[in-house]
Design a protein around this ligand. Structure first.
Ligand code: F6R
Length: 242
């Protein structure tokens, strides 16, 4: 695992941008795995600017997002589809038909999860997976648990995740209790994974990268099994990283 510690959020976003640009410039039909939340917003802003400047091209890019809230339609301003459109897809020359977010507003989750796995299989391998990190160690919405699912599934969000995400909703009660998320195997299948981590709230969970143990109770620890991970951490989050 490559670890880069940088000064602040903007520097983290810049390093992440370099990794994404490298893939966009070197892969003919790039498949990007994308995350939502506060952490990748700076990265997406950089990508929009570089696309405006014609430095990078999204016309042959496909994307698969990690997760979506259960019960929110695409038009809900807190849905992850809305987030992706708003922060990236509406502002770059990507064909939206090639952008995929799990379907959280269906009533048939058996079908929605199977369809998403089939879609992921059809891509073979994601070229670059972007991950944020939950303060409890979740990646995607694979929450700490005795057992983790390999494939796309519906998950009950942990109280701490609901608390953390309440900042985006009018009240905590409005935060969906469930999400549909890519599983661990799908995440781990990517050729390269970049993990963006910013802020003191994420400092403690990074302790897991100081030892050689893995645990499903700290889902991000499983990233130690992947051969090509770049962990990009700002100083506030890196307090305990050795
Ligand atoms: C989002 C996702 C989550 C977030 C994580 C951190 O698609 O899968 O794992 O990356 O909850 O969220 P922020 O960046 O808001 O701290």
């Amino acid at each position: 695992m490559k670890i880069t510690i940088v000064k602040d959020y903007d520097a983290m976003s810049d390093v992440a941008t370099t990794d994404v640009v490298e893939v966009l410039k070197n892969v003919e039909k790039p498949v990007l795995g994308l995350a939502t939340g506060s952490t990748p917003v700076g990265l997406y802003k950089n990508l929009v600017k570089l696309n405006e400047e014609k430095e990078i091209d999204f016309s042959k890019v496909s994307s698969v997002n990690l997760d979506e809230y259960v019960g929110l339609t695409e038009n809900h301003d807190q849905s992850y589809r809305y987030f992706m459109n708003n922060h990236l897809f509406n502002h770059v020359n990507i064909d939206k038909a090639n952008t995929y977010v799990p379907n959280g507003s269906t009533t048939d989750f058996a079908k929605a999860t199977a369809d998403y796995d089939q879609l992921l299989d059809s891509f073979g391998q994601v070229d670059l997976q972007v991950l944020g990190l939950g303060a409890n160690g979740h990646i995607g919405f694979n929450e700490p648990a005795e057992e983790l699912s390999l494939n796309t599934h519906v998950v009950e969000l942990k109280p701490e995740t609901i608390d953390a995400n309440a900042r985006f909703f009018a009240s905590k009660d409005d935060v969906p209790k469930k999400a549909i998320t890519m599983g661990i195997a799908s995440i781990m299948k990517a050729k390269k994974i970049i993990v963006l981590v910013s802020g003191a709230a994420k400092a403690e969970v990074l302790n897991t990268f100081n030892n050689d143990l893995i645990s499903t109770l700290v889902p991000c620890s499983l990233l130690k099994l992947h051969p090509n991970v770049h962990l990009i951490v700002d100083e506030a989050a890196a307090t305990y990283l050795k």
